[in-house]
Ligand binder design. Structure first.
Ligand SMILES: [Zn+2]
Length: 467
């Protein structure tokens, strides 16, 4: 769902100098033609929850993988209710270690033909852009993975470790296909060491021509709770002390005053270090002091006044919806508030719930509205940073990387929750910030689309090749 970096990262600074400059290997004409054909076909399939063509997409891609020489026993379409997932194993010789997962999603957010300027389910190339639903989120990144697998296989590239593609079929809705993979079909991914996500991470080119890349290494967990006060009610002409609306209001007022403890991880410290020097406000200076000493309470207090920094410092829970009462002349029998939390990586949801119960008090029922997955931040790994740096520099020699924690959510969080670190390392870097993922007239620059093939080729051959 959330792919490109936040605008505040536009000023980001450098992180890593581990990589050697990779030879830029631009895709051949044949490769571009084949990739465009695949991209065009999968955009034509309406893989939204309404369109229902995700199984058709999984089968189409499975055919392409088999036609490119992947043995049938390594290509698995996994149907689940109205959708499906696709898993493809590219066998290596294991000399390079445990398998690496490569993830993307096949489904898209619905798009109405009547509201779009062009047919959302026809890939249109115009004025240097590809337009279409999924053109950016996530069918471009997915095509990068498909074509890179097919091309490497044809070249007889033998990875030093297994590379396993996982394309989910419902990332934009329930995430059930990925949960099923990690539950019922866990054997298919073996002892995978980490996952690279084509649906997160990405870069922008600033006006000075520098590529600024945000590497997603953590996501806050999205969890909503209901606060409910109940009362026997009665006639409003004879009010009593007890009143469901006042009790709920008092509980939400206590929540307003409450702050969860300050936390930090590798990712947030690295991102403060990268961003803060460019922010000459007292908040920016405080963030820099916090990065040097996360025990600096005064710095944390200053940062807490800024909503962006506050969200990076701790779990947040905020009232977002209310409903109460049944008649203007009756004492309310129920009053319910919705509280939306973004939970800091590594915090157990049970801890959040018991904290909320304590804040709400005995008279208020607190309940989790829908199941949520808590996840840890993924550690910054030198091998992933090095390979990403090489991949970026193949297209953008002056690229700089900063890690970031997003407020959720992508499939990466299911893998993190299952103990598999996940890194958003998508191959799209462009000066165009208006990709309109999820919105009208979704698009991606044509040049950025083609550069993505070089990005993934360098990533995979660095992590699973003989250097
Ligand atoms: Zn997405």
């Amino acid at each position: 769902m959330l792919r490109r970096l936040q605008t505040h990262l536009l000023g980001a600074v450098l992180m890593c100098g581990l990589a050697t400059a990779a030879q830029a290997q631009t895709p051949s004409t044949a490769e571009r033609t084949e990739a465009l054909e695949i991209y065009r076909h999968i955009v034509s399939l309406d893989t939204s929850i309404e369109g229902g063509q995700t199984p058709a997409m999984a089968n189409y891609l499975a055919d392409r993988f088999r036609a490119a020489g992947f043995p049938a026993e390594d290509v698995h379409v996994l149907p689940l209710a109205q959708t499906a997932g696709l898993l493809v194993r590219y066998r290596g010789d294991s000399s390079g270690g445990r398998p690496v997962l490569l993830i993307a999603h096949m489904d898209v957010v619905p798009a109405r033909r009547s509201e779009w300027e062009r047919d959302p389910f026809t890939l249109v190339e115009e004025n240097g852009y590809f337009f279409g639903r999924g053109a950016s989120d996530n069918k471009a990144g997915l095509t990068h993975l498909v074509q890179t697998f097919i091309s490497l296989r044809r070249e007889n590239f033998r990875p030093t470790r297994d590379l396993i593609i996982w394309f989910s079929g419902d990332e934009e809705t329930s995430g059930a296909t990925t949960m099923a993979l990690l539950g019922e079909h866990r054997a298919l991914i073996g002892d995978a060491e980490f996952a690279l996500n084509a649906d997160a991470g990405g870069g922008v080119i600033n006006p000075a021509g520098q590529a600024l890349y945000a590497l997603q290494t953590a996501e806050k967990t999205y969890a909503s709770y209901s606060f409910t006060a109940r009362n026997q009610g009665g006639h409003s002409s004879a009010p009593r002390e007890d009143n469901a609306i006042y009790e709920l209001a008092a509980a939400l007022t206590r929540l307003r005053a409450f702050q969860f403890p300050v936390m930090h991880n590798d990712t947030t410290i690295a991102s403060f270090r990268a961003e803060a020097p460019l922010d000459q406000t007292p908040t920016g200076r405080a963030a820099l002091r916090f990065a040097e000493n996360p025990g600096d309470r005064a710095a944390a207090r200053t940062m807490s006044r800024n909503p962006y920094y506050a969200a990076q410092l701790r779990t947040t829970c905020v009232a977002t919806m209310l409903s109460a009462g049944h008649a203007e002349n009756a004492l309310p029998q129920t009053a319910t508030g919705t509280v939306n939390c973004r939970v800091f990586p590594g915090v157990a949801l049970a801890d959040i719930e018991s904290e909320l119960r304590a804040i709400a008090g005995a008279g208020i029922e607190v309940a989790l509205i829908a199941p949520a997955n808590a996840s840890d931040a993924s550690p910054l790994r030198a091998d992933v940073m090095g390979a990403l740096s090489a991949a970026l520099r193949a297209n953008h020699p002056n690229a700089v990387i900063t890690p970031y924690m997003s407020a959720g959510a992508t499939d990466g969080l299911f893998f993190r929750a299952a103990g598999i670190p996940a890194y958003g390392v998508g191959g799209i870097v462009s000066a165009d910030e208006e990709d309109n993922a999820h919105g009208l007239n979704e698009r991606i620059p044509v040049a950025a689309f083609y550069e993505g093939f070089t990005h993934w080729r360098v990533l995979l051959t660095t992590l699973a090749g003989r250097n």
